[in-house]
Ligand binder design. Structure first.
Ligand code: ZN
Length: 229
């Protein structure tokens, strides 16, 4: 019988890393920012979403489907109740709501520091979907589905470039941008209500996607100079 109780040593190209979540979260680019560079198939990927109040601070709300489990730990909160309160540990259902964590997002005193960890799919493509609920009639609309292959360590550079992005964040940025592109995209297909644009700025996914491209190009630029190109 195979020894299923012994954890194998880490792969040589994916050494164990550690970080302090409070230190890390101060410099976040976006919600769902991965804490470590390991994003390959089978990798444990802790991400952080820090929700905090400010004037016009509404984050909006959407529904998310993910074929892999998401384990959630709240590392501290103030003014956040229910599923965003301090110390809560939960496993998300594969379809779950995202947003509305702060009862009053305009209050600068409220926040919730949320760690969401997923294990990257190994054998099958990872399937995800995001969609919105009409603020008037609660009808689901604007569904965008996406599938992706977690990067394999050997493929990271040729397939995704160095400093590969967490695909969930990039695809979510694309979904939100598409949603915001015109009124037709956020008009309810059931009741015709024109819903508000999605406050993408609060989530920062487009910033993460753009900065990923920028740092990849920065590294290439420096290498080119070093090579005398
Ligand atoms: Zn509606």
């Amino acid at each position: 019988m195979a020894d299923v109780l012994t954890i194998p040593p880490p792969a040589e190209d994916a050494e164990p890393l550690k970080a302090n979540i409070y230190e890390f979260s101060r410099s976040l680019t976006c919600t769902l920012a991965p804490m470590f560079p390991h994003l390959h198939a089978g990798a444990i990927v802790p991400t952080v979403a820090l929700f905090w109040g400010r004037k016009d601070g509404d984050y909006g709300y959407f529904e998310h489907f993910n074929t892999v489990d998401e384990v959630v730990i709240i590392f501290g909160a103030d003014g956040a109740a229910g599923r965003a309160r301090t110390g809560l540990v939960r496993v998300n259902a594969h379809t779950h709501g995202v947003g509305n964590f702060l009862p009053d997002p305009d209050d600068p005193e409220v926040f919730s520091l949320i760690c969401i960890t997923q294990r990257q799919s190994e054998e099958a493509q990872q399937e995800e979907a995001v969609w919105f609920k009409c603020e008037k009639c609660q009808h689901d609309y604007g569904r965008l589905e996406f599938t992706w292959d977690p990067v394999c360590p050997d493929d990271v550079a040729p397939t995704h470039g160095n400093y590969a992005a967490l695909e969930t964040v990039v695809k979510s940025a694309q979904a939100a941008s598409k949603y915001n592109a015109d009124d037709a995209s956020h008009t309810c297909t059931e009741c015709g209500h024109v819903n508000a644009p999605f406050p993408l700025d609060r989530w920062g996914w487009d910033r993460y996607a753009a900065q990923t491209v920028a740092v990849q190009r920065a590294e290439a630029a420096l290498k080119a100079v070093a090579a005398g190109d």
